[in-house]
Design a protein around this ligand. Structure first.
Ligand SMILES: Cn1c(O)c(C(=O)NCC(=O)O)c(=O)c2ccccc21
Ligand SMILES: [Mn+2]
Length: 261
């Protein structure tokens, strides 16, 4: 397969939230995804990384169980000896006192979130988000199988990821996020999970993606932005099905229920 374009990751004119939001929407409309490098200061991100490492060493990150792009034990495909599925995750509200710098990242994502609406030509109205998912791939070949974040209208419209991996060398460390073109299976774009890199993409079927096996510890913080209408309809439907409608819990439940697209 060949990359569907040599994507040169441009930088926005400036990093105020409105220019950022305009830049994100422009590339979401053009390519269905947008990479923005250099949003945070190195000083701040170093503190964020330290907080996440201590969350990890204090056992706050739990194995991702059946969540998202994997089916349970009855997998047909065999794992190679170096590929193990053990991404670990921690859900942050963004207000906990144990990680003030992670909270600042969530607040920055919130400020971008609220600025997006004035650039979305009315097809969505973003009015909320999930909790922030702090994810760690331990680097023993752990990976995330190809999936769509929101294949069935659970309300999530934009995925926002911040990568925290210093001096990442994808050739040795792997861990590439490969986003496939929904139209043409043989086309994809590879995003290296580099430090201070933000990635936005439509959460629906436009962006099947996978995390390739990582051979070094790989950290990321992800937030999913909700569309008001789609979210309310999903909550009505799930209420009918009797699934608990606690806002963030529902998202966690959805992540466990999502099958591959
Ligand atoms: C750990 N992890 C993920 O890494 C991704 C994902 O697509 N990550 C993309 C990336 O890290 O580049 C997910 O979409 C995901 C969904 C539910 C639970 C855990 C999850
Ligand atoms: Mn995903």
């Amino acid at each position: 397969a060949r990359p569907f374009r040599d994507v040169i990751f441009k930088k926005p004119r400036s990093y105020d939230v409105d220019s950022l939001a305009e830049f994100v929407i422009r590339y979401l409309n053009k390519n269905n995804f947008c990479v923005v490098d250099g949003v945070f200061s190195n000083k701040h991100l170093q503190k964020v990384l330290n907080e996440i490492k201590s969350l990890n060493s204090n056992g706050y990150l739990k194995v991702g169980r059946l969540s998202g792009g994997r089916t349970s034990g009855q997998d047909a495909f065999k794992l190679t000896k170096t590929e193990v599925r053990n991404d670990t995750i921690y859900w942050a509200e963004g207000t906990e006192s144990r990680h003030p710098n992670v909270n600042k990242v969530v607040q920055k994502m919130d400020s971008v979130l609220s600025a997006l609406n004035s650039h979305l030509q009315g097809e969505y109205y973003i009015n909320g988000r999930t909790k922030a998912m702090v994810a760690c791939y331990p680097g023993n070949g752990s990976y995330y199988r190809r999936h769509v974040d929101n294949p069935n209208g659970d309300g999530r419209v934009i995925t926002c990821i911040l990568y925290l991996n210093k001096d990442w060398n994808a050739k040795e460390d792997g861990g590439i996020l490969r986003i496939f073109s929904a139209q043409d299976e043989s086309c994809y774009v590879d995003v290296s999970p580099e430090y201070n890199r933000m990635l936005f993409f439509w959460s629906d079927r436009r962006n099947p993606h996978e995390v390739q096996p990582a051979f070094r510890t790989r950290y990321a913080i992800t937030v999913w932005f909700f569309d008001k209408t789609e979210r309310e309809r999903a909550k009505e439907e799930s209420a009918l099905e009797g699934i608990s409608t606690m806002k963030n819990e529902l998202v966690v439940l959805d992540l466990e229920r999502i099958e591959n697209e």
